[in-house]
Design a protein around this ligand. Structure first.
Ligand code: ATP
Ligand code: MG
Length: 361
């Protein structure tokens, strides 16, 4: 069986370092591993509109931001098809048919949807489109017969929902759809990177992000004012590393060689953590180290972004070509789906002949 990746992001803002460690960095590795037959990367604008219906301009503007972020981290249009969700109407058709296979109560139990409804104060007025976005996401994944979906931890309930739809569809109609597997980052700190304010998730909607496109000075400023351990007031005080965003970022980004280069008094992150917990290590020193580590990672990304920013029409061409490639695959799957569901009337010549025979008897 082919090995196919489908993953994506909502164009609700620029991409941040949470996206990077949670998903983008892994995608680039998978892309360059050569182990996959096809990689589809989707800019989920139709999904973004489910909770931004009154703000289409925001979604439109962020398409190019997300595309530039993709190209800057090293996603390569020759190896991955990058496409725009709304331009593939087959995805809506699939979602429409899958709606018959899911109950309202099942959607209500989806923990990610539950917490997102709360976050957006939608409790009393949930847009139907938003409520059903897990079904639309199942359509996106299955349209490409994706076997692997590399995403952050918050997406696990969506993959579960997709698997259920696949089983229900294949059991009811015919073995057409493929059950996908979620691929989470190995590093625990990358599953759900907290915000610079210490909140549980760095999120475009929460204003607590370090963006991949932030300038060197902005990154430094954000790091220097980051949330740490609120009880670590004086340098001599013992500090906590758990729940401390600065240390969680170091877990996500630092490598042993960074200590030799930027903080040679310590051999490893473990040593640095032990000193912090014992007391006698100030936040500023740790933050400066984090800044050096992050700047090293972000510098080449920033450079590549500058290069692609010079030819924006070319970036749209890349998306157009990727969309054409993706559409071909989605159309092929939709046609199999319609055949399995017996709604392929005009293609089914045997059926037409049988009906004709029945009426001529
Ligand atoms: P929004 O607030 O509009 O939902 P978002 O910041 O949550 O935006 P998405 O586009 O929903 O971003 O998520 C894109 C991908 O990045 C998903 O795979 C998601 O799991 C992952 N992701 C998002 N935020 C984080 C984070 N803080 N840590 C790790 N992974 C993340
Ligand atoms: Mg999200």
């Amino acid at each position: 069986m082919s090995k196919i990746i489908l993953t994506g992001d909502r164009p609700t803002g620029k991409l941040h370092v949470g996206h990077y460690v949670g998903s983008l960095r892994g995608r680039v590795e998978l892309q360059n591993s050569g182990k996959f037959d096809h990689i589809y990367i989707m800019i989920a604008d139709a999904q973004a509109l489910t909770d931004n219906a009154d703000n289409p301009e925001k979604v439109r503007q962020n398409i190019i931001e997300v595309a530039l972020d993709y190209l800057s981290v090293g996603l390569d249009p020759l190896k991955s098809s990058m496409f725009i969700q709304s331009q593939i109407s087959e995805l809506c058709e699939l979602a429409f048919y899958y709606m018959n296979l899911v109950t309202v109560s099942r959607l209500q139990r989806n923990p990610t949807v539950k917490s997102e409804i709360q976050m957006r104060n939608f409790e009393t007025s949930i847009p139907v489109g938003f409520f059903t976005y897990p079904i639309s996401q199942a359509a996106d994944i299955t349209a490409f017969k994706a076997t692997t979906v590399p995403v952050g931890e918050d997406q696990a309930p969506m993959i579960e929902q997709t698997k259920e739809i696949v089983r229900k569809f294949n059991g009811t109609y015919a073995e057409v759809l493929v059950e996908p597997e979620i691929l989470l980052p190995d590093n625990k700190a990358c599953l759900r990177l907290p915000g610079t304010d210490g909140k549980a998730k760095m999120s475009k909607s929460l204003n607590n992000c370090i963006y991949l496109s932030d300038s060197e000075e902005d990154v430094k400023k954000k790091i220097m004012s980051m949330y740490t351990d609120p009880n670590h007031l004086r340098v001599e005080d013992p500090g906590q590393v758990e729940g401390n965003s600065v240390f969680i970022y170091l877990d996500a980004f630092s490598k042993t060689e960074h200590f030799g280069a930027y903080l040679p008094d310590y051999a490893s992150l473990q040593e640095l953590k032990e000193h912090y917990m014992r007391g006698g290590l100030g936040d500023v020193k740790v933050k400066k180290f984090l800044n050096a580590v992050l700047q090293e990672e972000l510098a080449p990304i920033r450079e590549r972004r500058k290069h692609f920013e010079k030819d924006i029409p070319e970036v749209y061409q890349i998306l157009k070509k990727g969309t054409e490639e993706a559409r071909e695959k989605a159309a092929a799957t939709l046609s199999e789906v319609k055949e399995a569901m017996k709604i392929n009337y005009f293609e089914d010549l045997t059926m037409i002949q049988e009906q004709a025979k029945r009426y001529s008897e």
